[in-house]
Design a protein around this ligand. Structure first.
Ligand code: P1T
Length: 386
């Protein structure tokens, strides 16, 4: 079946008890046993839950995976995957990742003896040099947050495979509608389902999908043992969100492309980072690896009549009326933020500077509203902030 069909049907069958078409929310934390250890597949909801099972099957189907595991947040998914590693192991990680991912590697895993090297994976020679004999895992986020760098999934996963390391792609920005990393050679895919998968900014959740039976079994153990599982109610909401993923993502990308082109042509905008623009350095790679350029972009304004670029950006963000100034992305509503002081504040200032996350960089998540209203809002805020 096609992904649009799987999104609506995979893992979801009319409830055998009442015939309910929508997956029931099974809130029970525990399940009656006929005799000790004799149960119908569920004994305790941290270990397994019918609503979560339905979500996990649907998410796995969308990424073309045989196994799906749902978590209580994207960071919980990341932390659990990284606990596949042992003290002394090493990670090669893309240099531009969500601030929280950097923080897990730098302040949670490093004290446990798992070290990481951050490398600009656009340069494959430098990426290859970053490997060590003890490298066990490669982490790539593409398009990256917030610079929208695009990394070659096939090439980086091949480097990992040749050296016996797992490769994990954070597919949060792209979604399986746009990019299917497992088909491109990745061992596993990670999502913050807080974003596009749920799509309505009312759940914090995470996901891991893989077709590697051994990795799946180890993750299933860790999911239960570490316990960062989502509530059945949240599983229901993400499952409902997935049903419209395709139509939402198509509209997000259409709106984003219109806004990126308009911003790029605007005299008050210095630079726009968006894989759908011909000016994007990996535009051609993006076109081969991604079915659509996605809903995320970042840009830098020119300074106004007074003050710095950062001050102009602050005036601009305060003047917006339709866009909401908030962390997060991938919801139906358009969001905008300043990574240096919001989503990426946990990065050391020198790291932010090296990546180009300067104080005036604005990140935009295009929603699915009327693109005319969005463009008008950006225009009036640019005028008001001059
Ligand atoms: O917030 P959480 O559900 O724990 O997901 C973490 C995460 C993982 N990966 C990527 C690419 C992400 O963007 C995020 C979360 N990001 C934001 C909250 C943000 O505004 O960028």
């Amino acid at each position: 079946m096609h992904p649009e069909t799987l999104a609506i049907h995979a893992g979801q069958h009319p409830d055998p008890v009442h015939g309910a078409v929508m997956t029931p929310i099974v809130l029970s934390s525990t399940f009656a046993q006929e005799g000790p250890g004799e149960h119908r597949g569920f004994d305790y909801s941290r270990s397994g839950n019918p609503t979560r099972n339905a979500l996990e099957a649907c998410g796995a189907a969308l990424e073309g995976a045989t196994h799906g595991l749902a978590f209580s947040s994207g960071c919980a998914a990341t932390t659990t995957v990284l606990h596949l590693l042992r003290p002394g192991d090493h990670v090669v990680c893309g240099d531009d990742v969500y601030g929280g991912t950097f923080r897990i590697l730098d302040r949670v895993m490093k004290p446990l003896g798992v070290t990481a090297t951050f490398v600009d994976m656009r340069d494959l020679a430098r990426t290859a040099e970053a490997f060590r004999p003890e490298t066990k895992l490669v982490w790539l986020e593409t398009p990256s947050n917030p610079m929208l760098k695009v990394f070659d999934i096939v090439a980086v996963c091949a480097l990992a495979k040749a050296r016996g390391a797992m490769s994990v792609v954070d597919n949060t920005f792209a979604t399986p509608v746009i990019q299917r990393p497992l088909a491109l050679g990745a061992t596993a895919v990670v999502h913050s389902s807080t974003k596009y998968l749920n799509g309505h900014s009312d759940v914090v959740g995470g996901f891991v999908m893989t077709s590697d039976d051994d990795v799946a079994a180890r993750l299933r153990f860790l999911q239960n043992a570490m316990g960062a599982v989502p509530s059945p109610f949240d599983c229901f909401l993400v499952l409902r969100g997935l049903k419209t993923l395709h139509v939402r993502v198509e509209r997000h990308a259409k709106n984003a492309l219109t806004l990126a082109r308009w911003l790029e042509a605007h005299p008050d905008v210095a630079r726009v980072h968006y894989p759908g623009l011909a000016s994007h350095p990996q535009h051609d790679l993006a076109a081969t690896q991604m079915a659509l350029p996605g809903g995320m972009m970042s840009f830098v304004l020119r300074a106004g009549a007074t003050g710095t670029v950062a001050e102009r950006a602050r005036r601009f963000l305060k003047a917006l009326k339709v866009f909401t100034l908030a962390e997060s992305l991938g919801g139906v509503e358009s969001l905008i933020e300043l990574p240096a002081v919001m989503t990426h504040a946990s990065l050391p200032p020198e790291t932010r500077a090296a990546l180009g996350i300067d104080d005036g960089l604005v990140r935009l998540s295009a929603g699915i509203e009327s693109v005319d209203d969005l463009q008008h809002d950006l225009a009036q805020a640019l005028d008001a902030s001059r």
